[in-house]
Design a protein around this ligand. Sequence first.
Ligand code: NOJ
Length: 530
Amino acid sequence: MKTAKLKCVIIVTYFLIASISAVKSSTEELTNVKRSDFPHEFLFGAATSAYQVEGAFHEDGKSLSNWDIFCHIDGNVIDGSNAEIADDHYHRFMEDIEIMESLGLTAYRFSISWSRVLPRGKLGVINQVAIDFYSKIIDNLVLRGIRPFVTLFHFEFPHELEERFGGWLSPLMQEEYVYFAEVCFRSFSDRVKHWLTFNEINLYAEFAYERAVFPPLRCSPPFGDCASGNSDVEPLVVAHNMLLAHGQAAKLYREKFKSKMDGVLGITVSAFMYVPLTDDENDKEAANRALAFNNGWTLDPLVFGEYPPEMRKIHGSELPRFSAEQSLLLSKSIDFIGINHYGTLYAKDCIHSGCICNDSSCTAGSDRAIRGYVYTAGERDGIPIGERTGMDRFYVVPRGMEDIVDYIKERYNNVPMFVTENGFSYPVEKDDSFQLHDVGRIQFHRSYLAHLAQAIRKGGDVRGYFVWSLMDNFEWSNGYGIKFGLYQIEHPTLKRIPKLSATWYTDFLNKSTIFDAPISCNDASRLQSQ
Ligand code: NOJ
């Protein structure tokens, strides 16, 4: 007994000493972090999205969305699941808000289901039950001092719009979106100060129209063998329509609704960090190109009014153009940038070395097909760039957080930033044993936060951080097997069970000022043995 206690004291002392002596110059080793490393007004939250948590897929007037249709086709979702019930957040939102309060969150990012609010788009009526539902969420957040961050488009929309005119491939979708945005602004901008027009245009365009893992499952070889689609051109068209829709919605917001609370409006990007595969100058260039193709595709137009020069050079006339008027509409149309950051990948040049990319070497596993003549992968000579996770391309590279913030800060003149998503999932085979005792997730957040704090010390204007996700949920085509939550959802009871990471986050937010968030003796030994 005595020995166990002594061992425990030694381990905890070890962590305390480590936390005091966090060597800030040796950035690779940053793992210790405390609340007071961040500015006083910095927001700490968690994020979800409507389709992934709400359930109630056909209730209270909601129509079927693109995802409802997609999930009901065999083979589209890995485990054959769907989000008919998901986390049942639609009926349990009060309990979930209480959880947020108990965690000590100061912000919560969620999205509004388009097919719930406007079941038939512009054609039909506004579904008042849906407006009341989101109103209740917002009121209860505000009451508890939790800032609502509202995303308008998080991959989900009324399926009817796909059927009627082909969804985002058509410019008609812009009008539909602006109408949806206006309904939301009108209903909620007296209480919501932070708006995100779109979640990850770059990932959506690629997943739905290049690689076909999202509806409407369109692609062409060598990216995949779909019934229809054009993987070279359609992602560009879709992103173009979304960017223009953003521009119009932003203008409308600034003209008619911003003044209600002096609100701000931004967008999120799926922001991988890329590092060159070798020291070769061409690979360095390739890493820069990958960054421009990935982040710049969305952000350059919304800050500078034009697609990145790197993309214009390579795509030529394939890339849609903005008229002078559109360019003016788009430039400076965001007040902040939402960074969804999970991992870092290697980039290899394919212009000078002429990568030969066949189906197996470029599209399988963690590798990706060539865009911008860059081949990106998570491994070099069979060695992963960081710890593997449950997601193919999400390797744990904490330093990437600092680098991506530095990059965005430099390229976009330090426009205010929020880390709108950052999270960890265990590889599926490991998940069961670590589901509740998720020390790997704690380590992930600590080290990514430590690097975020470092980026802020270097001058990055980052104003908040959101854990993805508040609770395990429907991970799109991956179903329920991949889990990112601070809370587990027990099936079939749907009981919310806090994981160790939930306790850690609460302690980090409430108790860590001088020292790193405390961990118990047991947790410390487990952390060491991982
Ligand atoms: C990005 C998306 O916004 C979110 O919906 C998804 O679940 C997470 N990343 C994890 O893949």
